[in-house]
Design a protein around this ligand. Sequence first.
Ligand SMILES: C[S@@+](CC[C@H](N)C(=O)[O-])C[C@H]1O[C@@H](n2cnc3c(N)ncnc32)[C@H](O)[C@@H]1O
Length: 288
Amino acid sequence: MSNAEHQQDAAPDDALAAWRRNQDQPWNRLRYLLVEINLHQIIGAGAAWRVLDVGAGDGRDALPLAQHGHTVLLLDRDAAMLAEAERCAAALNISDRIRTRQVDVCAGDLPLDPGGYDLVLCHNLLQYLPDPTPLLHAMGRLLRPGGWLSLLIPNPASETLRLALQQHDLVAACASLTATTHRNHFYGVEMHLRELPAWCDLLSDAGFEAIDYAGVRCVNDYINTDAIKFSEAGFPQLLALETALGRRSPYREIARLWQITARKAARSAWMAQAQRTGQIREADNSQA
Ligand SMILES: C[S@@+](CC[C@H](N)C(=O)[O-])C[C@H]1O[C@@H](n2cnc3c(N)ncnc32)[C@H](O)[C@@H]1O
């Protein structure tokens, strides 16, 4: 009845191994597959996209995109994670479509081409930042006008439901109703919880239009029987159910995670500002 992310602290020297083990658990296999399915709905078939993965970890979201012919730049501050991504890319024979760069993405503007990307992923990172606004703006500058942003963030309501339905801890469930942070025991750090409208406001302020959101793991985390979650034979059915629920209300409202997709406005607030201040010329818009 467990999801390891709620249970164990990773020893620092074994962090990558613990991360990999956690990724391979059924609930995380589900998470990565559901996110990939949603991304393919945005990308569709056609030309190769230029993808930037911000806080990419070991590239579990990015590598499948490279396998489909897209080029991906992975940003992370953790060298071990990036090395693992490169190792996996080599094993998959897609090293030519993957690049990595070790960088602190919160240390100011990212040293990359403005407007140089069709799709930016930022999965499971923004909730750890007390103020995600600067990074949202930075990602907006790197997207071409009309480019896509995919965020993966936790749903505050799911923690209350999980505590009540899976942990049977009604006191903690009550207390969680007013919590604005939640401790992630896998990383040993606080997550900042926001409702969907708050994320949409932050996106709008950064020059994005929120287009849609999908629930990622709408029911999995409330299933109280490990036999169902760990069943290899049952996994395709669980994936099929979660895929069907992810775009439907009211199921997506209780999902463990939300994948929000947003588009950078064709002529966003930052671009208008940059043109006013002479940072970029009008003609520069067309190249993206
Ligand atoms: C929860 S992991 C998510 C990894 C990946 N996006 C995924 O969902 O599998 C967060 C990642 O963000 C990276 N990270 C956290 N803060 C960062 C920062 N300020 N600059 C760059 N990377 C950062 C961590 O090293 C870690 O790999």
